[in-house]
Design a protein around this ligand. Structure first.
Ligand code: COI
Length: 332
């Protein structure tokens, strides 16, 4: 069996090399992203592993079919950049890593929130200028707040445990109820109710597709004054302009954004010497009321190791048994 792994970063290489040695399976490591051009490197291999934020071009899957490669394993969870119809047309199976570390994302949600509640961004900027005054940057305590967790999958559940540990009142919404959380009486009956009743809303739901936002001027108008939004999920869940205006006008307190609707090509790139043309993002970066980070909630040693190795394990299962526990049902 010969595998090829695309879009591999330096920090992932040791885990892939170790897995290859331990499992006695050849894995060619490629730093390029998977495109209609680079897929040509996969000729002669049995399976493709990949991770990228760039949308996967449909032509990639025609070429895979031509080469007789019928499985692609992603090293991440989200499949919103995969053209599912092109996979079906070419009879290609898809796996992801649904649970590389829910705790990594959940811990990041509270990390960002604490930084915002204690005005850390502004305080650090002030101290950098030798301004050591307290006023007006008084903090708020998490144990006084109601945290609304939108989405109670693995990440939402991990977030609930952490927020409860801080003494916050937690409420939750999901279309599918988890029986443990139900017993605790955490569920409210709609996302609207969650937004209305929360001081802090943390999003742990998948993308609903372009244009289908859950945080926008209409929903913000229903939220509590001084509420906070945290997004470690997908950028397109939020109309960023509406959110920015709500914070700038003083309706909302602030936001923690680890994802952004136009992040592809910006996040995880060094643009220090480039002209920066995203004016909205620039406003967000400048505002002390936004904690903005480049999609790093997942980025821990535990998660990266799991992403590298679980994707390869799934590929082996697919090639040996025709299926794996992480295969995605393309008809759902
Ligand atoms: C995902 O796993 O889909 C993520 O959003 C994290 C990614 C940046 C590796």
């Amino acid at each position: 069996m010969k595998l090829i792994d695309f879009g591999v970063r330096e920090d992932e290489k040791p885990y892939i090399q170790e897995w290859s040695k331990d499992n006695d399976v050849e894995v060619k490591i490629v730093t390029d992203l998977l495109t209609p051009e680079t897929v040509k490197m996969a000729q002669g291999y049995d399976g493709i592993v990949a991770y990228q934020q760039l949308p996967y071009d449909e032509k990639i899957f025609d070429t895979m079919n031509e080469y007789g490669i019928h499985v692609i394993s992603l090293r991440n969870v989200g499949v919103d950049n995969v053209p599912i119809e092109a996979l079906k047309k070419n009879n290609i199976r898809l796996t992801n890593v649904p649970s590389y570390s829910p705790e990594a994302i959940a811990e990041y949600s509270v990390t960002g929130l604490m930084a915002l509640l204690r005005n850390m961004k502004h305080m650090i900027r002030k101290v950098d200028q030798h301004d050591f005054r307290w006023v007006p940057d008084i903090g708020r305590e998490l144990n006084q707040l109601t945290v609304g967790v939108a989405g109670t999958g693995r990440i939402g559940q991990a977030a609930i445990k952490i927020y409860q540990g801080f003494g916050a009142k937690v409420i939750a919404f999901d279309k599918f109820h988890n029986s443990e959380l139900e017993k605790q009486g955490l569920y409210v009956d709609s996302l609207d109710t969650l937004l209305k009743e929360s001081d802090v809303v943390t999003l742990h739901i998948p993308s609903l597709g372009k244009g289908h936002t859950v945080i926008n001027s209409q929903s913000i108008s229903e939220m509590k004054d001084d509420a906070i939004v945290i997004n470690t999920a997908r950028g397109d869940l939020i109309n960023t302009k509406d959110l920015y205006e709500a914070v700038a006008s003083g309706k909302l307190y602030g936001a923690v954004l680890d994802v952004y609707e136009n992040e592809v090509g910006i996040f995880n790139s060094d643009l220090t010497d480039e002209e920066f043309s995203d004016e909205l993002l620039e406003l967000v970066i400048k505002s002390p009321r936004f904690i903005l980070t480049p999609h790093i909630a997942f980025y821990t040693t535990k998660a990266v190791k799991n992403m590298a190795t679980i994707s390869l394990n799934s590929m082996v299962d697919e090639l040996k048994n025709g299926t794996s526990e992480n295969e995605i049902d393309l008809n759902k």
